[in-house]
Design a protein around this ligand. Structure first.
Ligand code: 0A1
Ligand code: ZN
Length: 849
């Protein structure tokens, strides 16, 4: 369906577009199979661009008419766009095209979801709506007329006029085409309002399908909280009369920041206590904030080209994580973010898909909406802030907004404002944007005559296309404790710039215990094999919550390593040390819940591989099961007591306090299930009046193989709720024993309600299979085969979601030769498919390289 030999695009080849766009007028006449798009654009020559042919992007469009200054022209049309001879000066371009949104299953451009029209234009979807210079550095004001019978017709900016069967919108802020949006359908709204800091009233709406009105209140509050936070913390005010959010069932990603008209995957905005877990609520709050924050970091200041994607995404993820830290617990948020970074970004950076935060080439930009661009991109900003300090960070950001408002900017622009605001030279720091791979940091210590020295060494293993690595700037936050557990040196940020570097602390009366990389102050692999005693000491005494958690995590990793490789038993000293933390009711239950979670099996596989041991998924699974059973048995008396303490009697609220209790309660329940076969879980399931407790109990019952009754009851209760049924599909595959996982996933795909063209449903089954580590990697290869079969099938409909899911194979070279051969064969089977999309071709080529 795509051209056979995809082209590679390079950052170094950037050149500006030859024309500027003064304004764009669109008239969209809706019809499922024959939507008409009439476009009028005033172009004028761009004095800063080299001479070039006049080329407009356009894909899957039927051109009906084109005219220049009112005279019809006949452009040369290819599957990628058109070229045309144009006048030397300014001119009016007109085109008239036809598109078929009902046939658009790729969910890119204008498409239909449950009878409603919606768009997704980032990164390059606008070219499927009309002929246009579809690149982020071409910015224009848009006036849009929508014609159709739908009750609600929305676009960007402010509504200007409407009548029977039509509505007009005007967006006064120049924007690139990727921020264009249009929605039309029989929708209903949950209204709200917000008064900005300068006293302007803004109308707010969340638009949903009838029946979902009751699930909007939380999202609306999150939106208002985000608007207020951005005013208070970053001084950023909203700039239109109206802000609309729309929930869409079929969506490739989480949500999209279209100017004034954010479009959300319904799973990322609809929430109610009965249908959403606490984790869903927290995620919804964060995504609403993320999209809203893009209004300044992304929309008012956008990206010059797609290589600069991290300019908007890294910064906006960083801002949304600051927001969540302020709304909830900063410590819990930091630990959760690091868990996520290690689970998603580290494997990417350490495998065949490794790329810099700012990539230098791509074939399909959609393949670069990655954990590296987003989450590592945010870590880089966190480091920058740690290095320059809060005040200088605020100064630099003010300068950034002042200087670049209205620009399509670059990473160079971003770093320059920091250099000017702080007087620092950031040329070495810039390597974080260009060098891929995860740095490894090792450390040795020395103490003599009151002087304590820490010597660090850093190295980054080679990654595809980058054999040699230079030292990075690493902010290493360190604290020192004396043997009583008191802090003798509070958190200090050491700035490491060399491959090897020492730092000394004078005037210490005894050898201290170091707490290194507090708050995970740099995204590195810390290699430090300190004694278990020291780890237990930090687990008990460290004032830094992250390192307290990390010490326990290290002990868990070491214990599991010894169980897997030496056949050792569980480390009871660690379990007992952990018990002190779990019992400490002065500690936030959410933190205690994180302390109780073991490293994932995928993380253990990564650790074994790094230590030169070939990971055996079955052995990893068995060890984690044995360890959990040992924890449950050791704490058999404590667990029911804790369950009682974590009961919430107040009305349900998805706040940090109640969620923390339910989180710990559910971890405790999963341990208790190992002792009682599911009796307590069944009781929780039967009594549950919210989804967190209901799903937590169901998960335990599935793990215990005692789920039949509950699973049927859950289905009967929720069969008409698409989002809840996604959880039902996902959990069965995720929580089932590995030997049944692939068979179960396959059986689920045979159900009539396995609507595989819906990305949420597809991911519920296939994504969960990949997450069931030992199940996906089952020795018979059934997991690999099933996944590859479905990727091949989905690619014909939706290349973007298929390509993203190909990354489940990114660790294939870690495993034993049999598994490697099977995974490679499946990747090759995908690669050999005739007509494979550009998206998937690029992914499998990189995976196989
Ligand atoms: N910019 C959005 C994410 C997004 C990216 C690409 C999409 O389609 C290819 C859709 C959404 C965000 O960061 O939230
Ligand atoms: Zn974003």
């Amino acid at each position: 369906m795509e051209d056979a030999s995809p082209q590679t695009i390079y950052l170094k080849d950037y050149k500006p577009f030859g024309w500027q766009v003064a304004d764009v007028h669109l008239t969209v006449t809706l019809a499922p199979n024959a939507t008409r798009v009439k476009t009028r654009i005033h172009f004028e020559p761009n004095p800063n661009a080299p001479a070039q042919d006049f080329f407009l992007h356009g894909e899957e469009l039927t051109l009906i008419r084109a005219a220049i200054d009112g005279t019809e022209v006949t452009p040369e049309v290819t599957p990628q766009g058109l070229t045309c001879t144009v006048p030397d000066g300014p001119f009016l371009w007109e085109s008239d095209v036809e598109i078929a949104p009902a046939e658009n299953t790729a969910l890119e451009g204008l498409y239909m979801s449950n009878g409603m029209y919606c768009t997704q234009c980032e990164a390059e979807g606008f070219r499927k709506i009309t002929y246009y210079p579809d690149r982020p550095d071409v910015m224009a004001t848009f006036t849009v007329r929508i014609e159709g019978d739908e009750k609600v017709k929305l676009s960007n900016g402010n509504p200007t006029d409407s009548g029977e069967g039509w509505a007009e919108w005007h967006d006064p802020w120049p924007k690139p085409a990727y921020l264009f949006a249009l929605v039309a359908g029989d929708l209903v709204n949950h209204p709200g309002e917000f008064t900005t800091m300068s006293g302007k009233d803004v109308e707010l709406n969340i638009w949903v399908r009838p029946g979902d009105e009751g699930k909007c209140a939380f999202g609306m509050e999150a939106l208002k909280a985000s608007m207020k936070w951005d005013e208070e913390i970053y001084g950023r005010e909203y700039d239109l009369d109206i802000f609309n959010i729309v929930a869409v069932d079929d969506f490739n990603m989480g949500a999209m920041e279209n100017k004034g008209l954010n479009i959300f995957n319904s799973s990322c905005v609809l929430a109610s206590p009965e249908t959403s877990t606490d984790a869903n609520f927290e995620r919804i709050e964060a995504i609403i904030a993320h999209e809203y924050f893009h209004n300044w970091t992304g929309n008012r200041i956008t990206c010059r080209d797609w290589f600069q994607l991290c300019l908007k995404e890294g910064l906006t993820v960083f801002r949304d994580s600051e927001f969540t830290s302020d709304m909830r617990s900063a410590e819990v948020k930091r630990i959760s973010d690091v868990i996520d970074l290690r689970a998603r970004q580290f494997p990417e950076d350490q495998g065949p898909l490794s790329h810099p935060v700012r990539p230098e080439s791509f074939q399909e930009i959609n393949n670069f909406y990655t954990a590296t661009v987003y989450e590592k991109g945010a870590e880089v900003i966190g480091m920058l802030k740690r290095l320059v300090g809060e005040d200088d960070y605020a100064k630099a950001l003010d300068l950034y907004f002042d200087r670049h408002d209205g620009d399509a900017a670059t990473i160079e622009d971003w770093l320059r404002v920091f250099e000017e605001a702080t007087g620092r030279d950031l040329s070495q720091f810039k390597r974080w944007y260009s060098q891929s791979g995860t740095p490894h940091l090792s450390v040795t210590e020395d103490y003599a005559d009151g002087t304590y020295t820490l010597t660090f060494a850093q190295h980054t293993p080679p990654t595809p296309g980058q054999a040699e690595k230079a030292p990075q700037v690493l902010p290493i936050a360190v604290g020192l404790l004396n043997p009583n557990g008191d802090e003798v040196v509070g958190t200090t940020v050491l700035e490491m710039t060399e491959a090897e570097q020492s730092f000394t602390f004078e005037g210490l009366s005894s050898k201290p215990v170091p707490s290194i990389l507090r708050g995970f102050s740099a995204p590195v692999v810390l290699e430090r094999d300190s004694a278990p005693d020291e780890k237990r000491f930090l687990l008990a005494h460290d004032s830094d919550a992250f390192n307290r958690w990390e010490s326990s995590r290290d002990l868990a990793r070491a214990c599991l390593y010894a169980m897997i490789t030496e056949g050792d038993g569980p480390d009871m000293a660690w379990i007992d040390a952990l018990e002190q933390v779990i019992r400490d009711d002065a500690l936030d239950p959410a933190f205690r819940a994180l302390m109780l979670a073991l490293p994932t099996q995928a993380e253990l596989a990564q650790m074994l591989h790094a230590k030169g041991v070939t990971p055996d998924p079955d052995a990893i699974y068995a060890a984690t099961e044995t360890l959990r059973n040992a924890m449950a048995e050791r704490w058999s008396a404590l667990l029911p007591e804790l369950s009682g303490q974590m009961r919430v009697d107040d009305d349900y609220a998805p706040d940090a306090e109640q969620s923390g209790k339910r989180a710990l309660g559910n971890v405790v329940l999963s341990l208790r299930t190992r002792l009682d076969g599911g009796a307590a879980a069944q009781a929780q399931f039967d009594a549950a009046d919210n989804m967190t407790l209901q799903l937590g109990a169901l998960s335990c019952l599935i793990s215990a193989g005692a789920e039949d009754k509950a699973l049927a009851a859950f289905e009967a209760q929720w069969k008409n709720d698409r989002l809840v049924m996604d959880k039902w599909f996902a959990l069965q595959v995720a929580a089932t024993a590995p030997e049944n996982a692939a068979a179960r996933a396959e059986a689920l795909t045979k159900r009539p309600d396995f609507d595989w063209k819906n990305p949420n449903r597809f991911r519920a089954v296939m994504g969960s299979l990949a997450m069931n580590h030992a199940g996906f990697h089952a020795k018979d290869g059934r997991g690999y085969r099933l996944l590859a079969d479905w990727l091949i099938k989905l690619d014909e409909k939706n290349p973007q979601t298929t390509a993203r899911m190909c990354s489940v194979f990114q660790t294939w070279k870690r495993y034993d030769t049999d598994r490697q051969a099977m995974m490679k064969a499946e990747l090759q089977r995908i690669a050999d498919r005739p007509g494979l999309s550009r998206d998937v071709t690029e992914m499998v080529t990189r995976l196989l390289s």
